[in-house]
Design a protein around this ligand. Structure first.
Ligand SMILES: C[S@@+](CC[C@H](N)C(=O)[O-])C[C@H]1O[C@@H](n2cnc3c(N)ncnc32)[C@H](O)[C@@H]1O
Length: 250
């Protein structure tokens, strides 16, 4: 039985793994986040400087509050929403000022009670069921102010050097009932999706170029240096594993 994405992070064990394993101190994901975080902070600071009024942020699918905890101090008001109570419980502990809500925004409109200047959605789009991607992006579009920004990432680019490893892992996982999530989207697919949901891409950034497997070899230091050099708004961004898009309403 395939687990729906809404159920993927409901159990405490899965939450604990996300927090301490996926985002353990030495993990690949943590290293990419160390590259992405300053870019995200800069984008939010720049945006806040252009605004005359207080900035209200929504972190959609906020999970454990990894992103929200970093952005909360930069904005006047912050909210997070997630479908997993156990994920949100960690976010509550890390984000004392943010209002956190739990539930399905498609069936419970009251979970998004405001209009937002900034909406972030990290590590959500790639793995949610394709039929929900559009519905949720369109719902986020409805609550984004006309001058607002959506900052959304796709953490599995099918046009990156990680692709062959994903193909290999998919083959090995064939027939297994459960396993790792091995989804991918290309930059072109993501752009089409965002446009279809009423967003115009303002800027694109990329993080992580070399295959993550290298991080588990003696070449880890070299891989880190290359990925550090090619992080952000770089010529290689369409080939990066983790794609970050800054969008405004079209
Ligand atoms: C991989 S985690 C990412 C958490 C956080 N954004 C981050 O980057 O660390 C994906 C999150 O999406 C949440 N999620 C899945 N389906 C959802 C839905 N339909 N509405 C809101 N959150 C959802 C999960 O509960 C989980 O917390």
């Amino acid at each position: 039985m395939t687990v729906s994405y809404a159920n993927r992070f409901q159990q405490k064990d899965d939450v604990a793994f996300y927090e301490a394993g996926e985002y353990g101190a030495e993990s690949y994901a943590s290293y990419i986040w160390r590259l992405q975080r300053p870019v995200l902070e800069r984008l939010v600071r720049e945006f806040c400087r252009t605004q005359t009024g207080p900035v209200r942020l929504l972190d959609f699918a906020c999970g454990t509050g990894r992103v929200l905890a970093v952005l909360e101090p930069l904005v006047a008001a912050a909210e997070g929403v997630d479908i997993s109570e156990n994920m949100a419980a960690l976010a509550r502990a890390k984000c004392p000022r943010a209002q956190l809500r739990v539930g399905d925004v498609l069936t419970h409109p009251e979970l998004l009670p405001n209009r937002y200047d900034l909406i972030t959605a990290f590590r959500f789009l790639l793995n949610v069921e394709p039929e929900l991607r559009q519905q949720i992006l369109k719902r986020l579009r409805q609550v984004l102010r006309p001058e607002g920004r959506l900052l959304v990432n796709v953490h599995g680019n099918s046009r990156s050097l990680r692709h062959p490893a994903i193909v290999w892992r998919r083959r090995r996982a064939r027939g297994a009932k459960t396993g790792p999530m091995l989804n991918e989207m290309s930059p072109a697919e993501t752009k089409i999706l965002l446009r279809a949901c009423g967003f115009q891409i303002v800027r694109q950034f990329g993080f992580g170029v070399l295959p993550p497997t290298l991080y588990r070899t003696p070449l880890r230091g070299v891989a880190q240096a290359v990925d550090r050099g090619l992080a952000g708004d770089h010529w290689w961004k369409d080939g990066s594993i983790d794609l970050l898009f800054e969008c405004r309403p079209a």
